[in-house]
Ligand binder design. Structure first.
Ligand code: NAI
Length: 361
């Protein structure tokens, strides 16, 4: 079979560090294993435009792991005559047109859970660095300055604050779980799927039925739902109006869930004290992307980094191993672990990608 992997170029770092498995250099660690079984592996980072390796090779690929991401649009799926399986080497399959995949009965699978702890830890760090005004404090030290009041005027404790997550699945729940020892005033969630009562009671979280109601109560909002038709632009100029003045927003889910211009305007006006995360509506983010440099009126409030929260070396090991297992199951005709399946046999196998009548699990 022909496997087409779209990965990012790791360059010198990947040549020096073989545990950077998600790179074109280290090829998810599966090249020899595939070759030994007589399969072909094509790896590239070249994914844009009709002459790119991705768009040309997809026409004859049986399997793809397009997680650079290579956007597997309806048009490309129509051209992919042999495609049977798409594996997201990680979590988050919004780069694949899932409805089009269903129409052609292509299976889409993720390595569910592979990097959820990695992201949850990053979210907790991002909340703390915003609330405690860490980034401008560090920048001040690098500059050689020392003006404590300039930092302290916008530094707070997380204790006593209200924190809410949009989406309380694997990552959202783990974020709240990790925040429990901080003695926040309340831990809230908004999700159309309720957290099982015993799990909610264990960490003391409260469900809020309407997004606007949760936004209005929170000092910190963290976004942890997938990107789909129902969440694109979910945080926009209108929904931000419901947020408390001076609140903080953290998004490590997908950039396009938050409207870039609305977030910039809210941070620059001070309506939001800050925004942090690692996901962007365009990746790599152009040099002039507003989220790179936006600042609140006191010169802080930006905790943006490149998309790496789910790509720690620990996570790379887990998602490379999980990708190999999904491929092995496929080659051997075994059932996939249902927790990993997003769509299969023409239908959604998960409820996480929007509320759908037909979803089975
Ligand atoms: P999950 O499937 O365990 O949980 C997602 C939750 O979001 C579900 O409970 C679902 O009901 C909820 N949800 C869906 N639509 C919603 C809506 N409109 N409003 C409120 N809740 C909604 O997924 P998991 O593992 O927690 O991952 C979530 C997302 O995080 C992924 O889809 C991916 O986009 C992102 N992610 C980002 C990474 C990074 O490196 N920055 C790495 C891994 C995941």
């Amino acid at each position: 079979m022909k496997v087409l992997a779209i990965l990012y170029d790791g360059g010198k770092a990947a040549r020096e560090e073989p545990r950077l498995l998600g790179t074109t250099e280290n090829r998810l660690g599966i090249e020899q294993w595939l070759k030994d079984q007589g399969h072909e592996l094509i790896v590239s980072s070249d994914k844009e435009g009709p002459n790119s390796v991705f768009q040309k090779e997809i026409e004859t690929a049986d399997i793809t792991t397009p997680f650079h991401p290579g956007y597997l649009t309806r048009d490309l799926i129509a051209k992919a005559k042999n495609l049977k399986l798409c594996v997201t080497a990680g979590v988050g399959s919004d780069h694949i047109d899932l409805n089009a995949a269903n129409e052609k009965k292509i299976t889409v699978a993720e390595v569910s859970g592979s990097n959820v702890v990695s992201v949850a830890e990053h979210v907790v760090m991002s909340i703390l660095l915003l609330v405690r005004n860490f980034v401008p404090a560090h920048e001040m030290i690098e500059r050689g300055d020392w003006q404590v009041s300039q930092i302290a005027r916008q530094a707070f404790d997380l204790e006593g604050k209200v924190v809410g997550t949009i989406g309380a699945g694997r990552i959202g729940y783990r974020v709240l779980e990790r925040l429990k020892p901080f003695d926040c005033k309340e831990l809230l969630y908004f999700d159309y799927a309720a957290v099982p009562q015993h799990a909610a009671d264990r960490i003391g979280i409260r469900r809020v039925e309407k997004l606007e109601d949760m936004l209005a109560q929170c000092d910190v909002v963290t976004v942890n739902c997938p990107l789909h038709e129902g969440t694109r632009d979910l945080i926009n100029a209108e929904s931000i109006k419901h947020m408390k003045k001076g609140a903080w927003l953290v998004n490590t889910a997908r950039g396009a869930i938050c409207n870039a211009e609305a977030v910039k305007a809210a941070v620059e006006s001070g309506h939001l004290s800050g925004y942090a995360g690692d996901v962007w509506n365009v990746q790599p983010a152009p040099k002039d992307h507003p989220w790179r440099t936006m600042k609140n009126p006191l010169g802080g409030g930006n905790g943006m980094v490149p998309h790496y929260s789910g790509t720690t070396l620990d996570a790379q090991y887990r998602y490379a191993t999980g990708t190999k297992q999904i491929l092995a199951n496929f080659f051997e005709g075994k059932e996939q672990d249902i927790a990993n399946v997003i769509v299969t046999n023409g239908d959604y196998a998960t409820k996480a990608y929007g509320q759908r009548v037909a979803a089975k699990v």
